[in-house]
Each structure stands twice: as structure tokens, then as C-alpha cells.
Design a protein around this ligand. Structure first.
Ligand SMILES: Nc1nc2c(c(=O)[nH]1)N[C@H]1C(S)=C(S)[C@@H](COP(=O)(O)O)O[C@H]1N2
Ligand SMILES: [Mo]
Length: 527
């Protein structure tokens, strides 16, 4: 390695120290306070809509991985550059470290609910990185000097040239070894600190232990018992209830927030007669309900899988809100999560008698941490982005003309009632043998229910599909259609009619700003 490469490696090693030290400091503060985490979350919150849509389309729920890999690549490049330009008397690389550290620090303390201590990981990390960078660069300069000395030796000394050159060479080798050892130690120490910090931090803040101990309250009758006829049991068709481990996850959180039930509380405030705060133990004195509700993401494209059905255990929101006494001129409930995400729900949707709830259980278990432990909102009939706040800590009663929620500020519609949708799950697209083929899927129009599903082959007549039982109008409904497939290419179409008798629209619309529309379709080749 020559001087240039050594400088680049030195910069990268110093960056490793910065990030590693920051991870260690963050163990005592918060997982979200590290430079990568803070900058990453800030990027998530400020990504232009077009880019966000593109990333989600290309990478789906791997978007967070893509973000971290991209940040890693940028960090490597900048660190290498910092090493390259750093000089003993002109610490340009150190200045670069300081600027980036400051950026991370500002990002960290600007996170919602972040106390000033969130500045410490970036501050101490950047300081440690600069110290290491300075030390390594000084060594590299010594190495360069030794190399230059050899050049001089080789040209100037005529006498015992070979011996002198050999001595000088071994001097260079020694300097180089010293420099490489320094770089190696810094890299290893940085990486080790990073790993140890992550593991210790995760362990210290992890709530899966206490979650496993939670005993859910018994729900009032009627307790959920799913009619077996809700499941058609057709291969390729997902089960009526979505297991927690298969349930889609969508949120802006880069790491799953770890909120202890002992620290959690829900504050109901704003346009209310009396502000109230409810903690987890207070909930125990209230009557819980258990309900089947299908959640859907507004970003679900036609045919997509950002939809899942669960039985939720929780507390009626109309009752909790009544305790605070919303003012008659209020029309919005702005729910806020521990990490600053907000959703704006129509107050009417939470108080019109539907089973809107503060959920603590999902499919018979405490909420999984990724789905909002210890408490989240579930509102039948509204897309998740306007209703389903996970790790919820606040309900602010306000007005749509006064407040804006997270996604509304980013170009999505202020209100998000779920649109009637149909999905074909089976057959998959591809080549199939002629004969009897069962076409099957799911249909949803939460809080209106599904009255009919129809299937059309190519340009033929719409024909009724058979429907599974519908245990609740707040959930999806399975359907199936037996098709005598004839050889050739075919397109299958499916559409639904909701409980009010309204057929879903054929108009094709994208997800932005308020949900995709259009019939479900599947191209197959028979023969
Ligand atoms: N705290 C928080 N809650 C959130 C979100 C979020 O980004 N942060 N996303 C919402 C969106 S867009 C959807 S679709 C649902 C998804 O809930 P799930 O991950 O449990 O399926 O959560 C909602 N609740
Ligand atoms: Mo969503």
C-alpha cells in the first residue's frame, strides 16, 4: 500500500471508530440516537414522494435495508475522502468529520421527543474518530518521509549503496507495518465497538421479555370464534386469519420502537373538557373487546399483499374519548406515536359505533413489538396511514383545518376510507393445463362488507363467484370460482360489490393520494 491507499484506509478506520464509539454511547441513551439511526430517520421523513414511491415499488418492504446499505456506501466514500485530504497542518479531513458529526447531532436532537442527551453519541463518536484520524495521518506522514528518504539514499550514496538501500527498505517496511497495524487496530476496535454496542443496546432496550409476561385481559362477550366456513381452504389462498408472523408491516421506524408498558401512557388532550392520561394498569379496570378487523395499507397496489386480517383485543375508543369529552366543533383525532408518526382520523369514525379501538392484543397474543406493543389504534374501514398508529402515546382532539398528519404533509389525502378491492390469489400467472381450475382470492370493503364477487374470462360475461362466510363486515372475504379452462392465452378478471350494493370502480388509479383502484386481473396461458 502506498501513501494514498493508506490515507483512504485510515479515513475508513477512523469512521469505524466514530460509528463504533457512538453505538457504545447510545447503549446508555437510546438505540435511535446513533448517527446512522438519526440521519436515516431524518432521511425517511424528508424523502421526496417520487423517490419514496420508486424505492417502495422496486424494493418493497426491503426499503429500510436499501437505506442502510446506501448510507454505508456513502459513509465509506466520505471516510475515504476525509483520509485522503487530511494533513497534519491542514486538518481538512477532521473538519469533514466534525461537519458530519454536527449534522448527525442535529438530526438526533431534532427527532421527536429527543432529549439533549441524544447529541452525545454523535459528539463523542466524532471526537474519537478525529483523534484516530489525526494519529493515523501522523504515522502515514512518517511513512511517506521514510519512503522519500530511501529515494534520496538510492540516488546520493555511491559507496555501500546496496547495504544502505536494504537498510532503508527495511525502515520503510517497519513504518508501513506500524501504519497498517494502527489502521487494523482502529478498524477492529471500531467494528467490535459497533457490534458490542448494538447487542448490548438491543438487550438493554428490548421489551420482548416483558411482552412475553403480559397477561391479556379477558374480552367481553361475544368473544371471537371464527366460523370455519370463513376459510375455503384452497391451496394458494391465504388463511382467513393472518398469522402474526405473516402480517405485513409498514411504518417509518428504522428500528422497532421498544416501549415498556410500565413507561407507556396515552394522553388524550386538545379540544376536550378534561385532559386525561391513561397508563397500562389503568386499562385493566376497563372492559376489553375482541374484534376481527382487516388492516389495509393505502400503498397496497391492485393485487398487492399489504393487507392482513387479525383478531384484535382492546378498548373501545368511543369510551376512552368520552372520558375526556371532545368539544362539539372538533372533527379530527390526531394520534401520535412514540417516534413522532401521526395519523389524522375523523372523530366521527372513532365514535359512530364501529369497533374502533386501542388494541393491546393481536390474534390472542400481546401485540408484537413490530405491530405496536404495548398499544396501537385499530379502526375498521380506514387505511392504516390515517388510523392505525402503533406505539401510540397521544390522542389530540383537533380539527382538519388546524392540524395535518404525517402522510398528509407528504401529499397523501387527508381522509383515507378504504376502497372496495379484490385480489386474485390463485392461479398464479404462468402456464396451466386445460380443464377445471379453481380461481380464488380475497375481497374487502371494510365496514361495508362484501355482497358479491364476480369473475370474467377475457371479454365474456361477468359470472358470480362463490363466497366464504363473512364473520364480520370489517374483514376481507374469501371467494372462489370454478373455471373450465380452454387452451390458449386468457385474462381473468375479478370485481366485488360492497354491502351497500356498490360495484367497485373499473377506473385504474395508482396508490397516491388515497388508494389504488381497478379490477383484479391475471394473465394465464392454458395448454
Ligand atoms: N407509529 C407508526 N404507526 C403506524 C405507521 C407508522 O409509520 N408509524 N404506519 C401506518 C401504516 S401506513 C399502516 S398501513 C399500518 C400498518 O400496520 P402493521 O404494520 O401492523 O401492518 O400502520 C400504521 N401505523
Ligand atoms: Mo399504510
Amino acid at each position: 500500500m502506498a501513501g494514498r491507499e493508506l490515507r483512504i484506509a485510515g479515513g475508513i478506520a477512523a469512521a469505524a471508530v466514530t460509528l463504533g464509539v457512538a453505538e457504545i454511547v447510545a447503549v446508555f441513551i437510546s438505540l435511535d440516537s446513533t448517527p446512522l439511526q438519526a440521519i436515516g430517520s431524518t432521511i425517511v421523513d424528508h424523502t421526496p414522494d417520487g423517490l419514496r414511491e420508486w424505492v417502495i415499488q422496486r424494493f418493497g418492504t426491503k426499503d429500510k435495508l436499501v437505506l442502510f446499505v446506501s448510507m454505508g456506501v456513502v459513509a465509506l466514500l466520505v471516510a475515504g475522502l476525509a483520509g485522503l485530504v487530511e494533513r497534519v497542518r491542514r486538518p481538512v479531513g477532521s473538519a469533514l468529520f466534525a461537519v458530519l458529526g454536527l449534522v448527525a447531532l442535529i438530526a438526533a436532537v431534532s427527532r421527536p421527543h429527543a432529549p439533549w442527551t441524544w447529541a452525545l453519541p454523535s459528539l463523542i463518536g466524532a471526537w474519537a474518530g478525529i483523534m484516530v484520524l489525526r494519529t493515523l495521518i501522523r504515522r502515514i506522514v512518517d511513512f511517506d518521509a521514510a519512503t522519500a528518504a530511501v529515494a534520496v539514499t538510492a540516488t546520493d550514496i555511491t559507496g555501500d549503496a546496496e547495504k544502505a538501500a536494504a537498510e532503508a527498505d527495511s525502515g520503510i517496511a517497519l513504518e508501513r507495518r506500524l501504519v497498517m497495524r494502527g489502521i487494523g487496530i482502529a478498524l477492529a476496535a471500531g467494528a467490535a465497538a459497533g457490534v458490542v454496542g448494538r447487542v448490548l443496546g438491543a438487550r438493554r432496550h428490548d421489551v420482548s421479555g416483558e411482552r412475553a409476561e403480559v397477561r391479556l385481559p379477558p374480552p367481553a362477550s361475544p368473544q371471537v370464534e371464527v366460523d370455519p366456513a370463513a376459510d375455503l381452504r384452497i391451496p394458494g389462498l391465504p388463511s382467513y386469519l393472518t398469522p402474526n408472523s405473516d402480517f405485513y408491516r409498514i411504518d417509518t421506524a428504522l428500528t422497532v420502537p421498544q416501549v415498556s408498558k410500565d413507561d407507556w401512557s396515552l394522553r388524550i388532550h386538545g379540544m376536550v373538557d378534561r385532559e386525561i392520561r391513561i397508563n397500562y394498569t389503568d386499562l385493566g379496570s376497563r372492559q376489553a373487546i375482541e374484534r376481527l378487523v382487516t388492516l389495509t395499507c393505502v400503498s397496497n397496489p391492485v393485487g398487492g399483499d399489504l393487507i392482513g386480517n387479525a383478531s384484535w383485543l382492546g378498548y373501545r375508543l368511543d369510551e376512552l374519548l368520552a372520558e375526556a369529552g371532545p368539544h362539539p366543533d372538533a372533527d379530527m383525532v390526531l394520534s401520535r406515536s412514540i417516534d413522532g408518526f401521526t395519523a389524522g382520523s375523523p372523530l366521527a369514525a372513532l365514535t359512530d359505533g364501529r369497533d374502533a379501538m386501542l388494541a393491546v392484543g393481536m390474534n390472542g397474543e400481546p401485540l408484537p413489538t413490530a405491530h405496536g406493543y404495548p398499544a396501537r389504534l385499530v379502526v375498521p374501514g380506514l387505511y392504516g396511514y390515517v388510523s392505525a398508529t402503533k406505539w401510540v402515546t397521544e390522542l389530540e382532539i383537533t380539527r382538519f383545518d388546524r392540524a395535518q398528519a404525517y402522510w398528509t404533509r407528504r401529499g397523501w389525502s387527508e381522509r383515507g376510507p378504504i376502497k372496495t378491492g379484490t385480489r386474485i390469489d390463485t392461479p398464479g400467472s404462468g402456464k396451466l393445463a386445460a380443464g377445471r381450475i379453481t380461481v380464488a382470492g380475497v375481497a374487502w370493503a371494510q365496514h361495508r362488507g362484501i355482497r358479491a364477487v364476480e369473475v370474467r374470462v377475457d371479454n365474456g360475461e361477468w359470472q358470480p363467484a362463490r363466497l366464504a362466510a363473512e364473520p364480520s363486515i370489517d374483514t376481507w372475504r374469501q371467494w372462489a370460482f370454478d373455471w373450465d379452462a380452454t387452451p390458449g392465452p386468457h385474462t381473468l378478471w375479478a370485481r366485488s360489490t360492497d354491502g351497500d350494493g356498490v360495484v367497485q370502480t373499473a377506473d385504474i388509479a395508482g396508490e397516491v393520494p388515497d388508494g389504488a383502484t381497478g379490477y383484479a386481473s391475471r394473465f394465464v396461458r392454458i395448454g
